[in-house]
Design a binder for this molecule. Structure first.
Ligand SMILES: CCCCC/C=C\C/C=C\C/C=C\C/C=C\C/C=C/C(=O)SCCNC(=O)CCNC(=O)[C@H](O)C(C)(C)COP(=O)(O)OP(=O)(O)OC[C@H]1O[C@@H](n2cnc3c(N)ncnc32)[C@H](O)[C@@H]1OP(=O)(O)O
Ligand SMILES: Cc1cc2nc3c(=O)[nH]c(=O)nc-3n(C[C@H](O)[C@H](O)[C@H](O)COP(=O)(O)OP(=O)(O)OC[C@H]3O[C@@H](n4cnc5c(N)ncnc54)[C@H](O)[C@@H]3O)c2cc1C
Length: 662
């Protein structure tokens, strides 16, 4: 980090006000002092590589140049990772330094994030032994090719076909229609030479559902598409410009039998199909990534909050009191209302991610012992938390951008790109509504079990408690608010269930009744997620090992989250809990008190995310607060400022002006 001496004086004053030890917060957030040291050490190693620095901002490059620069940097970054591993005999610590290097999304994201994990998770030991060493060492580069032009959400409807030919012991891959073309996979456009292709398996004319296959699609020497492969890039998007998303179609393209990932289902040499213990295990990589996305949401909320809070401490505009100098915009309560929820939410998502990661690890361990009982709970929880955290994080990033006024609209603030990247997570890895409806299926089953007095899984056991406690008075405490959200979820789950029953009594079948109740079902899932986020984050704060000074501030943040959402969803609480109008007035006042209490620590709290200037990549958010200098320095990098008079003056403007004189 930069030294205090060069800092903007407002930021120096803000840091002096902080009531807790920022380093303690950093170490707590990232796990330990050792983890912080190792992460910083690795980040230093990456940033020391001169070739990773960009000569001009990416926005001035063409689509093609941006991609090529992305690949160039991704390969150098990969070397740094490899060298670290060779030297330390372990992977680099979790870090976000790719953001400092690639800025947008790495063309290798899908290789590391889904191709390698799918081989590891869906391959037999022999298949892992064949492909993992090559993939991990980047001798081959791959992606996860599932979505098609015609189908993304409903994956049982995928149209790519893998027909088994027992004579040659091969699968024949085909994309018979335009809508069957793979569309979206990251890196597919021009980067990868392999992919996991999810396709409908046919044996002797019989369909056996969708399965993952490994296909080499480009020649390893020439990188040309192999015969029978049509592949390309899908073009510019809202963000993800360097992710190199692509399309792919096969025409009678043959792959050996051993290329079907067979940890779950298998196809024997003679074409016998052997079912796996649970066909949904084929969807395993998606579950893992959904858990990871909750962690990503914490990062994006932290990044946007750091930029906007620091900028708001530096920016002065208007007066609170006419007799006083222009106020820091951070002193306006409305600004605190916009920003502090992003700071608080980043902590909430982080705790939810750590909680989900534990659940994921436990279930994976159980699955390795053929125990599947907790898989439905993992799937349902990962679906709804991914859906709710990504949508909320997108909104928070946008709110932070808007809170920076005009300068937030500048690409150099890094808030527009951050919004484009964050909001993509609402769609990828399962569209929000679709995932919330998956959770709703689980909630309906849980509700039916609750009605029968059965024991419920931990994440939904509150449904039983709420059933018993519905008469208890509201309590204006964090624990009381957590219970309140559980009552809302309980009420919405019950209402959605009863709506389905109502339609069925009117003669509708279950599917139609489900569709007619689906707005309620989605809202029940959202309420369930909010109840989990509130409970998990409050428990994490209460059981944390933080010092009293830090603990006080973390509790304030967690309470801010609880109170913010109480006020945002007061209608639901009035409908489904015993909260009163007077309680809401008390909580409104409490919320405003919390904003005021957090205000002196705002800069310390975002410093506690420990995001380097290179990761923030923002004129508005850097540690030293040289906002105006940086805005001007970046503007001067515009190619239009490299010449005094642009040729368009002579070509178009001057002739127009002359014509106008006639
Ligand atoms: C813990 C460590 C974390 C480390 C993290 C590391 C990395 C992550 C970080 C960064 C990420 C890297 C990359 C991300 C960036 C961009 C890449 C984007 C990639 C993609 O988008 S890939 C494509 C993703 N596509 C989807 O998500 C499709 C969504 N659709 C579906 O998943 C399914 O179609 C569906 C909606 C679930 C429905 O499936 P279907 O077969 O029709 O089932 P149903 O009939 O509706 O239900 C049947 C039954 O099955 C249960 N079920 C469904 N899915 C699962 C599952 N995954 N696991 C377990 N059970 C499942 C369902 O609940 C039903 O059960 P019932 O008992 O009710 O019958
Ligand atoms: C940036 C980005 C990167 C991606 N990367 C990859 C990748 O690497 N590999 C890959 O395979 N895919 C990738 N995808 C594709 C992504 O997984 C899909 O776009 C996503 O799963 C949503 O599917 P869809 O596009 O078919 O949306 P649709 O399902 O067509 O959604 C459109 C609308 O229909 C609604 N809808 C659909 N089904 C239902 C239902 N059953 N009930 C109620 N409403 C419904 C949705 O709620 C939504 O409002 C990526 C997408 C993006 C945006």
């Amino acid at each position: 980090m930069s030294t205090e001496t060069k800092c903007n004086p407002d930021l120096v004053r803000e840091r002096a006000k902080c009531t807790f030890d920022v380093n303690e917060l950093i170490n707590l957030f990232y796990g330990s002092e050792k983890a912080t040291k190792e992460r910083r050490h690795f980040e230093d190693a990456v940033l020391a590589v001169k070739e990773l620095k960009d000569a001009i901002p990416e926005e001035y490059l063409s689509h093609k140049e941006r991609y090529e620069n992305g690949v160039r940097k991704a390969t150098i970054l990969r070397d740094v990772y490899r060298d670290y591993k060779a030297k330390h005999n372990r992977d680099p610590p979790p870090n976000q330094i790719t953001k400092a290097v690639i800025k947008d999304i790495s063309p290798f994201l899908l290789h590391n994030g889904m191709f390698v994990p799918t081989i590891a998770g869906q391959g037999t030991p022999e298949q892992q032994a064949e492909w993992l060493p090559k993939a991990e060492s980047m001798q081959i580069i791959g992606t996860y090719a599932q979505t098609e032009l015609g189908h993304g959400s409903f994956i049982r409807g995928l149209e790519t076909i893998a027909t088994y030919d027992p004579k040659t012991e091969e699968f024949v891959l085909n994309n018979p229609t335009l809508t069957s073309f793979k569309w979206w996979p990251g890196g597919l456009g021009s980067t990868v030479n392999h992919c996991v292709v999810v396709a409908q398996l046919y044996i002797n004319g019989k369909s056996h559902g969708i399965h993952p296959f490994i296909a080499q699609i480009r020649d390893l020497d020439t990188h040309k598409p192999l015969p029978g492969v049509k592949v390309g890039e899908i073009g510019p998007k809202m963000g993800f410009q360097t992710a190199n998303n692509g399309f792919l179609g096969f025409d009678n393209f043959r792959i050996p039998r051993k290329n079907m990932l067979m940890k779950n289902a298998q196809v024997l040499k003679d074409g016998t199909f052997v079912k796996g213990i649970n066909e949904k295990l084929t969807y395993g990589t998606m579950v893992m990534v959904r858990v990871g996305i909750v962690g990503d949401c914490s990062f994006y909320a932290a990044l946007a909050a750091t930029i906007a809070v620091r900028y708001s401490a530096v920016r002065h505009q208007s007066h609170i009191k006419a007799s006083e100098p222009e106020a820091q915009i951070l002193d306006y309560l409305t600004q605190q209302h916009k920003l502090f929820i992003a700071v608080a939410s980043s902590h909430v998502y982080r705790n939810a991610y750590l909680w989900m990661e534990k659940m994921y690890t436990n279930v994976m361990k159980e699955l390795s012992q053929d125990k599947q009982d907790n898989l439905p709970e993992l799937h349902a929880t990962a679906c709804c938390l991914k859906a709710v955290c990504s949508r909320d994080a997108g909104s928070l990033v946008e709110e932070c951008r808007l809170a920076c006024g005009g300068h937030g609209y500048m690409a150099s603030s890094n808030l527009p790109l951050t919004y484009g990247v964050t909001i993509a997570a609402v769609t990828y890895e399962g569209e929000r509504t679709v995932l919330l409806l998956q959770t709703a299926r689980y909630l309906m089953k849980a509700w039916m079990a609750a009605l029968k007095g059965k024991v419920l899984s931990p994440s939904v056991s509150y449904l039983l408690n709420s059933l018993k406690e519905s008469k208890k008075p509201w309590q204006n405490t964090p624990e009381g608010i957590v219970k309140g959200f559980q009552h809302v979820s309980f009420g919405k789950v019950k209402a959605a269930y009863e709506t389905i029953q109502k339609y069925m009594k009117q003669g509708k079948d279950y599917e139609d009744a489900w569709n007619l109740a689906s707005v309620q079902l989605v809202k029940a899932s959202e309420a369930h997620s909010r109840a989990i986020l509130c409970e998990v984050s409050w428990e994490a704060v209460c059981s944390s090992s933080a010092s009293p000074n830090l603990s006080r501030v973390l509790q304030q943040l967690a309470q801010l989250y609880l109170t913010y959402w109480t006020l945002e969803t007061s209608g639901d609480l009035l409908l489904y809990s015993n909260i009163t109008k007077d309680d809401l007035i008390i909580l409104r006042d409490k919320y405003e008190e919390l904003l005021v209490a957090i205000r002196p620590n705002a800069v310390g709290l975002v410093d506690g995310f420990d995001l380097r200037d290179e990761i923030l990549n923002s004129t508005l958010g850097s540690y030293d607060g040289r906002v105006y200098e940086r805005l001007m320095e970046e503007a001067l990098k515009s190619p239009l400022n490299q010449e005094t008079v642009n040729s368009s003056f002579h070509k178009y403007l001057k002739p127009m002006m002359e014509k106008a004189k006639l």
